[in-house]
Design a protein around this ligand. Structure first.
Ligand code: TRP
Length: 447
């Protein structure tokens, strides 16, 4: 293993935490979590979600960070350093990151377009018309991707860390402002009721795989992002605290997002939903109908989305370029230009999926268009499979002892929960992840 010194390092603990939280906090927190919570039993779901974050999210995030830090390598090199036969797990991660980035950037482009429209014209474009255009969404995809490349260009410390340290606290402040405005609207209580009401009947057995899948997606697990960020930690960094704080920040943001969105939607008599239709159809309508501050709130909201999506995209991009830098010995700038170009091209069919390619819904995609098929493939299959393989590999092939020693910094820090962690890695997480994966096959066929 060559010396890690030519690679970047995080400048500070807080810098790492904001960057990792930036990866975790993304569109999933803002447009998925609140709705899943509201439609799966409110507080009951929140309790189950928190239990899963603690039992699975934190231990697996800890493991991924430790795998990265052990070798100071990109995901492929990091897994290979543990055991050559494990390299494919890293390859899967890098491929997943590449595919996610290609469509994440397309959606990021939509967000930028909406932000600019609200800022300059005070109104949103017509969503269905805009995304069906052949060229314009592609240009915004390019703008968003160029922004991610620009952040990574300045390296780990000067680029990613510096950007995250401004963007993530700003995101929390803006979200806080939105929450204040939302809960002071007359009629906002209905939104709080929707989100939190203890709906025992809606909390069913399908809520558990839903919560598991959401924890996984939201924490950016199972695909090398946390391995990559962990690989830039200094050898003496304490891992356990970091793997506790990042999931807590992520969960706090998800709940805040719900508090900002649902009271507003209900106060104006609209019905909630999730995903693109919530963000690009319902909310713009709600902002337009608000008696006061609608435009300001719209601008703030899309700015929050940009910050969330950009810091996630940066971590995806870094995951891929860390591979070309370490393994192919490309320079950072050449890597970014080449990967950026390929990601842009890969994003083209996703961008056209709601226009020119709208009718292309092969049976292989389960009747979905290209964009939805890519989302499904990565979020619902590649990520849980990557997580499962990681747990099985460390838990059973490599054995938890080695990694436990790494987490304890070879005895420098106590790792008090070692036995619980090892038990989760070997038994709890694999069983739960198999359930998630099986649940996905049902979902695939249905549509
Ligand atoms: N966690 C991000 C979100 O909530 C999405 C995501 C999934 C992600 N996997 C990732 C982001 C890997 C960066 C890296 O939207």
């Amino acid at each position: 293993m060559s010396k890690p010194s030519h690679r970047g390092h995080w400048g500070s603990t807080a810098g790492f935490i904001w960057a990792a939280a930036g990866s975790a906090i993304g569109l999933g927190n803002l447009w998925k979590f609140p709705y899943i919570m509201g439609s799966n039993g409110g507080v009951w779901f929140l309790v189950a979600y928190l239990v899963i974050v603690v039992l699975m999210g934190m231990p697996i995030m800890l493991t991924e960070m430790a795998i990265g830090r052990a070798s100071h390598r990109n995901p492929v090199g990091a897994f290979a350093a543990q055991d050559r036969r494990a390299a494919p797990i890293g390859v899967m991660g890098v491929v997943a990151a590449f595919v996610i980035l290609s469509y994440y950037s397309v959606i990021g482009g939509w967000v930028v377009k909406f932000f600019v429209s609200f800022l300059t014209k005070g109104a949103s474009p017509e969503f269905g018309v805009f995304i069906a255009r052949p060229v314009e969404p592609l240009l915004w995809h390019g703008v968003f991707l160029a922004g991610s490349v620009a952040v990574c260009w300045h390296g780990v410390n000067g680029g990613i860390e510096r950007a995250s340290r401004y963007m993530m606290p700003a995101l929390f402040v803006l979200l806080g402002l939105m929450v204040v405005r939302a809960v002071t609207l007359p009629g906002s209580v209905a939104g709080l009721r929707f989100m939190f009401h203890p709906g025992t009947s809606e909390f069913s057995w399908t809520s558990i795989p839903a919560a598991l899948g959401q924890v996984f997606f939201s924490l950016s697990l199972g695909m090398g992002a946390m391995v990559t960020y962990g690989s830039y930690l200094r050898p003496e960094a304490r891992l356990v605290r970091k793997a506790v704080i990042v999931p807590l920040l992520d969960t706090a943001c998800a709940v805040l997002a719900g508090l900002a969105i649902f009271p507003t939607v209900f106060a104006l008599g609209r019905s909630p939903g999730a995903g693109p239709s919530l963000v690009f159809l319902t909310l713009p309508e709600v902002f337009g109908a608000m008696p006061a501050l609608g435009r300001t709130l719209a601008v703030l909201f899309f700015l929050v989305l940009i910050l969330a999506a950009l810091t996630s995209a940066v971590s995806l991009l870094e995951c891929v370029v860390s591979f070309t830098i370490d393994e192919w010995r490309w320079s950072r700038s050449a890597s970014l230009l080449a990967v950026g170009a390929v990601v842009f091209v890969q994003g083209i069919p996703s961008s056209l999926a709601n226009g020119m390619l709208a009718d292309w819904k092969p049976a292989l995609f389960g009747g979905r268009n290209f964009l939805d098929a890519m989302c499904f493939l990565t979020d619902n299959l590649l990520m849980p499979v990557g997580g499962l393989l990681t747990c099985l590999f460390i838990g059973w092939v490599r054995g938890p002892r080695q990694m436990g020693d790494e987490i304890a910094n070879h005895g420098a820090w106590p790792f008090r929960h070692y036995r619980a962690w090892a038990f989760i890695l070997r038994y709890v997480a694999p069983v739960l992840l198999v359930i998630v994966i099986l649940a996905q096959f049902g979902a695939w066929k249905r549509s």
